[in-house]
Design a protein around this ligand. Sequence first.
Ligand code: 5GP
Length: 200
Amino acid sequence: MVLLILAACSGTGKGAVGARLRARYPALKLSVSHTTRSPRPGEVDGVHYHFVDRATFEAVARDGGFLEWAEYAGNLYGTARSTVEAARSVGHDLLFDVEVVGAGNLRKAEPAAVSVFLLPPSWAELERRLRARGTEDEGRIQRRLATGRRELAQAASFDYVVVNDALDAAVDDLAAIYRAAKLRAAGRRRTIEALRAEAG
Ligand code: 5GP
């Protein structure tokens, strides 16, 4: 079972890259997080997130129900232990779309997970993409950029770094990482054992 962690500075295009990868590999499921933020238009409870109120989130956190959780832009986000356990029991691979602090904590909780930091082609391009969204005022954009500078400092500690210059190329790179992770010997014991049984 592959646990693939994808982190990036806000505005890099992590959501789009992850969605394309999952479209290519249906066995790779999104780890659906819990969040206290409200759904955006088109977002479906249980598909994009489990949308919960703060009291519910905090109760789950108190009971140790999250593998990791973090506050981001005033909202709480967390990965439920039960999400990973359920995937483990059916053998699905999981893609974690998380912010950088959560990615670090997930790596500690799941040391066999493969972590990827997605970079923008340049800082100027990241600023351009954030402004092109047209959803946020300048103050918020500046805050995201300041957070992004801190997040960027963590990039070198990830297992892999992919540059999202052209979407298709970034998805190809991520697919190569995912495919290599699936071929790791640790996950191939059954294949090896079957051949050993046959070999006698
Ligand atoms: P958004 O509100 O735009 O969907 O997500 C904001 C940020 O929270 C994104 O960077 C997203 O990857 C991150 N995020 C989503 N789910 C989780 C989670 O379960 N844990 C953590 N730490 N971050 C998350």
